[in-house]
Design a protein. Structure first.
Length: 79
């Protein structure tokens, strides 16, 4: 099983590389009531439209959301 720190780094890398993943991470923060602090790490918002095709094709949403849920679960397990 991945460590909490390793999961966070994977989530951060995905959000930094894809404006759509960054937005998904921000939505997950609200829906799961967690703090990922990833606002503004992706390349400029004007890349959103370009990233959307890759995001869908490579199923980024499923990948990043699974990692965020697992990270959030490790967060609550440690509390």
């Amino acid at each position: 099983m991945e460590t909490k720190a390793a999961l966070y780094e994977e989530i951060r890398a995905m959000a930094a590389d894809c404006a759509v993943c960054e937005r998904d991470a921000l939505d997950a923060e609200q829906s799961l009531s967690v703090r990922l602090e990833l606002t503004g790490i992706a390349h400029p918002e004007d890349a959103f439209a370009n990233d959307l095709l890759t995001h869908r094709r490579e199923r980024h949403r499923e990948k990043i959301m699974a990692k965020i849920r697992l990270w959030a679960a490790t967060n609550t397990a440690e509390e």
